[in-house]
Ligand binder design. Structure first.
Ligand code: DX5
Ligand code: ZN
Length: 221
C-alpha cells in the first residue's frame, strides 16, 4: 500500500492570487498540487498553459501534477516538462499516440500518467500500465470543478488497483472529481492512493483539517 497523497486542484483557487493560493495549500499539508490544463476543445472549458506551471514552480517545492485535458497532448508535453511539472498526465481519449507520448514523458525525466474518462472502461489501461507512473480515473466528466462523484468510479479503481498489484508494478492510482469527506473512505478502500480534491479543500474554512480528514478516510484520528 502506497502513502496517501492529497492533491488540491487549483481549478478551485482564485486565479488572480495563484502564488498565495499555492502557498496556502502547502501550509495546509498538501502533498502535491494538481494543475488542470484545459484547451476548450477536449473539454468545454479553458484554463491555462505551461506558463502557469513555470510561475507556480517558484512558489512551492511540492510535486506538480499536470492533468492535460488537451487534444493531442503530445504537442505540449515537452513544454510542460520544461515548465517544471513532475507528473504529466494525458487522456486516453485525446490522441492516437498515447503510448509514444507516455514514453516521451519518461524520456523527458518526468513521471508519466494516463487518464481515463468516466465512459472509458478500466480494462483499456492494461496495455499501458508498464509505461505509466500513475493512472488517473476521472470520477466526473472533465471540464469543471464542484461536480458530483460518479459512483461507478469506485469499481474502476478496484479493478485497476488489482491489475497494478497483480503485476507488482510501482504505479500510483489517482482519482479526480467530486471527492468529499463523505465518499473518501470508499475511494481509499478501493485502492486509490492519490486524491485530487478541488472544491472540498479550497472551499473549506479549515483546509489543513480537511486535508488531514481526507488522508484518514474522513474520520478524526
Ligand atoms: C475536472 C478537473 C478536476 C476538478 C476537481 O475536470 O480535472 O481536477 O478540479 O474538482 P472537484 O474536486 O471540485 O470535483
Ligand atoms: Zn484534474
Amino acid at each position: 500500500m502506497k502513502n496517501i497523497m492529497i492533491a488540491p486542484s487549483i481549478l478551485s483557487a482564485d486565479f488572480a492570487k495563484m502564488g498565495a493560493e499555492i502557498e496556502r495549500m502547502e501550509r495546509a499539508g498538501a502533498d502535491m498540487i494538481h494543475c488542470d490544463v484545459m484547451d476548450g476543445m477536449f473539454v468545454p472549458n479553458i484554463t491555462f498553459g505551461p506558463k502557469m506551471i513555470t510561475d507556480i514552480r517558484k512558489h512551492t517545492s511540492l510535486p506538480l501534477d499536470a492533468h492535460l485535458m488537451v487534444t493531442k497532448p503530445e504537442r505540449y508535453v515537452e513544454q510542460f516538462a520544461k515548465a517544471g511539472a513532475d507528473y504529466i498526465t494525458v487522456h486516453y481519449e485525446a490522441s492516437d499516440a498515447t503510448l509514444d507520448t507516455l514514453k516521451k514523458i519518461r524520456k523527458l525525466g518526468k513521471k508519466s500518467g494516463l487518464v481515463i474518462n468516466p465512459d472509458t472502461a478500466a480494462e483499456v489501461v492494461e496495455d499501458y500500465l508498464e509505461y505509466c507512473d500513475m493512472i488517473l480515473v476521472m470520477s466526473v466528466y472533465p471540464g469543471f470543478g464542484g461536480q458530483k462523484y460518479i459512483s461507478g468510479s469506485t469499481e474502476k479503481i478496484r479493478k485497476i488497483a488489482k491489475m497494478i498489484s497483480e503485476r507488482n508494478l510501482d504505479v500510483r492510482l489517482e482519482i479526480d472529481g467530486g471527492i468529499t469527506l463523505e465518499n473518501i473512505s470508499e475511494v481509499l478502500a478501493a485502492g486509490a492512493d492519490t486524491i485530487v480534491a478541488g472544491s472540498t479543500v479550497f472551499n473549506s474554512p479549515d483546509p489543513s483539517r480537511t486535508i488531514k480528514l481526507l488522508k484518514s478516510g474522513g474520520v478524526e484520528l
